[in-house]
Design a protein around this ligand. Sequence first.
Ligand code: GDP
Ligand code: GDP
Length: 435
Amino acid sequence: MKPTIALVGRANVGKSTLFNRLTRSRDAIVADMPGLTRDRHYGHGKMGHKGFLAIDTGGFEPKSREGITQEMARQTVQAIHEADRIIFVVDGREGITPLDKDIAQLLRRIDRPVLVAVNKVEGMDRGVVSAEFHELGLGEPHAISAAHGEGVRSLIDEALAAFPEDPEDDENAERIPRVAIAGRPNVGKSTLINALLGEERVIAFDQPGTTRDAIEIEFERGDKKYQLIDTAGVRRKGRVFEAIEKFSVIKTLQAIEAANVVILVLDAQQDVADQDAHLAGFIKESGRALVVAINKWDGMDAYDREQCKIAIERRFKFLDFASFHYISAKEGKGLDAVMRSVDRAYAAAMAKLPTPQLTRVLIDAVERQTPPRHGIFRPKPRYAHQGGMNPPLIVIHGNALNHIPDSYKRFLEHCFRDHFNLQGTPLRVQFNVSH
Ligand code: GDP
Ligand code: GDP
């Protein structure tokens, strides 16, 4: 599973600036999603050949006792205990504050590696600045400027030093779809898992994961095998699976990363929450195939069902590649349809797209609609090849392709998706602009 880096520190030291820089490469994708750009606290980062998850913990007030700040503090503490690495951000211009000392004291007591990032030091003497923050007792401070990108690379390189590079796709590996069931607390994930596994044969469960405590459950349904990746502490307890741990954002994100297909569970009897939308955005951003299951469809009248459908359609328009199912995990209704969509989404995510066919579709598309001219430039796509799977990546070669507008890119995506029947998976089209 991908390593997780949590950014902690008091307000205004530059955590979200650093977060945005670390996750920026994907921001263009996120920006396309209505209702998702604000208030995003976790995202994908990549440094060299290492992918990681970044968590911005927001403000940090270890001594607050009440209400929202207390809830934030609780989540921050949870993130600190679950993350693989912690970056403690401090403000090099202000110097050490009493709150920094409180946070440092807390961080010294935990068993995770902590890196101190002294931010806002552009134009300052790094040696002098770093020396001051030695006093925090958390090792050699890293002088950085999140706003200007200085020192960030070496900070992250050190944070990730102990982690291996991302593995290459193994073409010959045995293909069992890896499925994660994600959703906020109480939407019915454990109920769904039990319904899926209930009468089916559980081949193995509670296998401790490689390095961390990832749990995978292999099961058969019909004549197909699946590997279920636990998201948030769903464990075998007696005869059934139960959520025995607190909901964990980090475990959820890691499970999504490790899956081929994610079943996002929503609660039809509750309003769509920001957390639902954030999770959905994260799944899309991660490129995983997706099936949306709107649960608790039992016990709702026609009017409420209609309202629910309207709200879901409006809020999740950006998931137009996914199929949506209205189910009842409790009554076991709709599960076969969900699993058929899982199969379909998996097949689409792993599809092999031969170059001649891709190029054929491309040429047909260009004949139907030529890319618009851009000043003196006349973009001319010439051929396409597949650059990756899960999600399928289609790389297009030709001339002046960097002048192709996003709307045309979406048109091409649409043509490829239609032709290859890629329902259920995000699809990425990339222009090769080197000549
Ligand atoms: P957060 O509350 O810790 O998330 O802090 P923000 O990322 O919102 O940053 C707080 C303020 O510090 C903003 O006005 C940023 O523009 C500024 N800031 C962040 N990073 C830098 C930096 O590297 N140099 C300077 N000079 N200002 C920065
Ligand atoms: P989790 O936290 O996402 O794992 O959610 P649980 O599976 O523990 O379910 C939370 C609550 O929702 C429990 O009280 C379940 O009985 C209830 N629940 C789950 N699925 C359904 C359903 O399909 N219909 C109804 N009405 N309730 C459900």
